[in-house]
Design a protein around this ligand. Sequence first.
Ligand code: ADP
Length: 459
Amino acid sequence: MQKNRHSMLSNLMVVSGASLTIGLILGYPGWATSLGLIGWSLLQINRFNKLMDWFHKNDDQIELPETTGHWGELFDELSRVQRRQHTRETRLGNIIKRFQDSTSALQDAIIIIDKNNNLEWWNKSANRLLGLDDKTDQGKPIMNLLRDPRFVRYYKRGQYNDPITLPSPAHNDLKIQYQITRFGDADRLLVARDISRIIRLEQTRQDFVANASHELRTPLTVIRGYLETFLDQDLPRPLIRGLGSMQQQARRMENLVSDLLLLSRLEASHQVSDEQPIQIQNVIQHIMEGAEQLAQEKGHKFSLNIDPIHDLSGQEIELHSAFSNLVYNAVRYTPAGGNIKVSWWVDEQGGHFSVKDNGPGIESIHLPRLTERFYRVDESRSSASGGTGLGLAIVKHVLARHHGQLTIKSKVGKGSTFACHFPAENVGVRPEPGENTYEEQKLMGFQQVEDSKDNQTTP
Ligand code: ADP
């Protein structure tokens, strides 16, 4: 451009010089110079108009006219820029087309949501799986289209580490797994996957386990009944030993069957339907009464630290089962003369139940897998203890259904602490006559209740 400006200036000087010279020869230097400058200006205006015409047509396909001089250089430069831009646009267009082709081929629905929670773009599968319409849904709020309250809650909470599975808004029989990822300037990418087949397979597996366990129950009851009758008779000693061992194994199988049945029931739904305020103090006392005899046989010492006024909202049988699994594990795995501490306390984070023992402890490599079905740290130790291998799997499922979490801390040779943590909104102070009911407290929020009754226990 700098070069062009110079060439334009020298061009003007040449025209003025030439017309002045001709004017001097002809004896009219003023007229000749003026005419030369007017001619030069008209030529510039003409070229400028051509350039403006080209700009206004704004069509990539129209070539700039051929010219010489500084205008020619300018036109060439603009043509080069135009060609470069055209190549870049074609390349970007190809990339977008390939991206659209590949996302159309995807079975999963992909939706881009802008920072105002409106739909910006989606692929073809989103139309099929979620019933989106290319013509009418563009720019609409996502929550107008995916209205399920569970999705709205998930979307608003903003914690997208885990996906959520819900029926499709377009086809009720399809089960869709939604996963959101944030990107750019508060935009979101929503991936929706049809997992109906996986869920059907999982259901078949659960049904099989539940049916098989159920079918095993009756023959086992008959076998155990006969064994009990035989053992009541006056039999020779070797026979009594054999029958005793058979009875022990039959009892173990019964425990296994009932744990499998409980697990299948827990797996059937992810949420407790009949939630009620549970007096945790009573649940713990009941478990202790059952565990007392076994603990005495092993010479264990129990210590309790129980918050007597805070209740937990949930399902009593399930919570009883989860807590007793932890207490019985501590009793069974701690060598004779151990100390076991059972605690229930409430703080700002929520309610916590823990069982601490000074038993053999567990190596850290086992901890992540401990809640898997039939996972055992030490096969011989577990078989001797009579466990089914399903105890901690049951605990994990019960806690998931109560929005709780299990934490395990353990040191080899020092002992283990198994703790269940429940969210604050599931905990409340047991009302005294005339006070707010538990449900009212839940609505008021845990903190207010805490302020009004400052009485809590920590282990
Ligand atoms: P099991 O019926 O075999 O006890 P669980 O699922 O209850 O099955 O426990 C899984 C494994 O975790 C057990 O086999 C045992 O090795 C280990 N475990 C559980 N609780 C304790 C504990 N308090 N101390 C040491 N090991 C434990």
